[in-house]
Design a protein around this ligand. Structure first.
Ligand SMILES: C[S@@+](CC[C@H](N)C(=O)[O-])C[C@H]1O[C@@H](n2cnc3c(N)ncnc32)[C@H](O)[C@@H]1O
Length: 268
């Protein structure tokens, strides 16, 4: 059976299971191809069963496209989201010289998709990624193999968070920002398959920003920039938090859905 026929066979089995049966089948077949996995009937049945339970295709094939690259993903990392590409666009606009030897810190790096995408764009940059999850860091390390990057297990709530870190030109972060009581209402494909650690931003969803507004002052260079991804409707609150901590608000960027998604600040 040729590739298209195989995709169409699997597509038929996904009718009523997924809203995007053709794309699911295509990503599945191509994901197996890339990994050199032979597609058997058993493997297809397993795929359909997992899709019935709303497991995202990316988590099944352990791969997700983001910006210009394919990223290895597991159950231990947040699935890279298209909305997060807004952060890459924001950095590129604020730092148009791609030859600069920037130092970039990614707080809550997860799969490393943000940091690695920036290292792909800025060939002379050096990256550092930190995360509280050791398992996430293992994934990020794999994704960052071709780049100049190091990774550390760190909790940004701990009192010695800054220990061992340098001062950076750019700090990026997509911290957990969903209100605790909203996490349970998320769609199954997120609630069941993305790590809770990556989602829960505390009672009002803003806890991580309050903490980061304090600690990043210790590790950002003078005139350094911070790029935050934020949740829907959080812009004014996060701007207030950052301004109270002495940061200058520079710009907000909207995602493809016209939602304010990324805020840029500078420290003088
Ligand atoms: C929303 S995910 C973002 C992952 C990735 N940067 C992305 O954009 O796809 C947030 C990440 O922050 C990490 N995290 C949560 N709490 C943390 C903490 N207290 N200290 C360090 N990292 C934390 C989670 O493990 C998760 O990987």
């Amino acid at each position: 059976m040729n590739k298209l026929n195989l995709i169409q066979e699997i597509e038929k089995k996904l009718l009523g299971v997924s809203e995007t049966p053709f794309l699911d089948a295509k990503f599945f077949v191509e994901g197996c191809e890339q990994k050199g996995v032979l597609i058997s009937e058993n493997l297809i049945d397993d795929f359909i069963e997992r899709r019935k339970k709303k497991e995202p295709v990316s988590k099944i094939i352990e791969s997700r496209g983001f910006w210009a690259l394919d990223f290895y993903v597991t159950k231990d990392v947040l699935d890279p989201r298209p909305d997060s590409e807004t952060l890459i666009e924001a950095v590129l606009e604020q730092f148009p010289d791609k030859q600069r030897d920037l130092s970039i810190l990614d707080i809550g790096t997860g799969s490393g998709c943000l940091l690695v995408s920036l290292l792909y764009e800025y060939k002379n940059a050096v990256g550092t990624g930190v995360d509280i999850s050791l398992k996430a860091l293992e994934v990020a390390k794999k994704n960052a193999l071709p780049y100049k990057a190091s990774f550390y297990e760190k909790d940004f709530y701990s009192s010695d968070f800054q220990k061992g870190l340098a001062r950076y030109d750019i700090i990026i972060s997509n911290p957990p920002y969903i209100k605790t009581d909203e996490v349970l209402q998320l769609e199954d494909n997120v609630r069941l398959y993305d790590p809770l650690l990556a989602l829960d931003g505390g009672k009002d969803g803003l806890e991580a920003y309050r903490r980061l507004a304090v600690v990043i002052k210790l590790i950002l260079k003078e005139n350094g920039f911070i790029f935050f991804e934020i949740g829907k409707g959080q812009a004014q609150d996060v701007i207030s938090i950052m301004q109270s901590s002495g940061f200058e608000f520079l710009k907000s960027y909207k995602d493809l859905g016209q939602i304010e998604r990324v805020l840029v600040f500078r420290l003088h």
